[in-house]
Write a protein that binds this ligand. Sequence first.
Ligand code: ZN
Length: 425
Amino acid sequence: MKILFKNAKILNLDIKEGIINGNVVVENDTISKITTSAINEDFDLVIDVKGNLLMPGFVDTHCHSPMTVLRGICDDAPLDEWLYENVIPCENKLTSEDVYWAEKLAILEYLKAGITCIEEGYFKNESIVKALKECNFRARVGFGPTTKTSNVDNFTLLKNEKAIIEESNLIKSVCFVHSIYTINEKEILECVDYTAKNNIPRSIHLSETLNEVGDCTVKHNGKTPVQYLEDLGFFDRQTLCYHCVHMDKDDLQILADYNVSVSTCPSSNIKLASGIAPIYAMQNKGINITIGTDGVASNNSLDMFKEMFLVATLSKVSIYDASVVSAREVLKMATLNGAKALGFDVGEIKVGKKADIILININQPHYYPQVNLLSHLVYAGKSGDVYLTMVNGKILYENGKFHIGEDENKIYEQINKIRERITKK
Ligand SMILES: [Zn+2]
């Protein structure tokens, strides 16, 4: 399959202007040509972008996709009450089939918002991988001791869990150690040992709330969660840490020393009143900052436009300095930085990259005057501006229609039924 996108404004964060006017050719799953002059070749499909914006799909580095079925389940409560009294009791009732449908609902939402790649952290991975594969969606899927059963040793469990994920061009795996407050030290050490021996990356929720940091310092001789995990040998250049809200200078230095990536999730952090991550301080340490939506139960939508706006503005207000964290830097966090953290060859429009491409309709009032589009994307853009989403060379969403091999109405019907069942007292 050879596809031409013609007459596009192509996002390029490496150049000062940020935009090139031209054409992009996709052959099978790869971007094969970018040119500013007309192309005289045969194509299977020609898409006239009509001067709209063509950019890489967003990489959402922290997700619990099947939580879509829990949207709005508990809105006004602190993390502990939200998690232990509201979320977990409902999650315990989710069957494998429920997780499959809830994953598909999330995929619809990702595609409509221009998200083409995610890091997934949930359970019942057979269902998750089945849904991802059927939809041709890109993800790094977490496995780990959250699903541990008492009669299986952790090493066997990790091996079995990893095997379920069946890696491919579109799907990779990561050892997802939920957090230091849900996974005990012995299990964390077993994960570290297994992943180090098998060269597998690790992810974890880290320093999300003041409670987490306070409990850790009391329990572990004054050590912060970052210092505690460093002592357990948890960090390396493949590690991705979600949230990182409450970090002191030493914590940030440790993450920088090990080349750890961070996934900042501003919507979730402000809605659960956890705090504001020190993004500018992380930038100064050279940390690879990426952006995540977190699960829908704490967000409550999967929308990188909202997250980008919040990363930029919260970073500014948190240190009372409007000059820090630019639109260009935030766009890079939402695309290329995320791709690097997850190890996928996506996140920018360059020859040889996998074709995860979105088209944004900029022929709308909030993109005029049509100058400084990088600013418009971050400060004025909305997820509804996305009108085409391509993953790995396949168009999965276009002008309100999904091409994922499933009727969207069937997904909605299933979701309503599941929600009714799991919330029944
Ligand atoms: Zn999370």
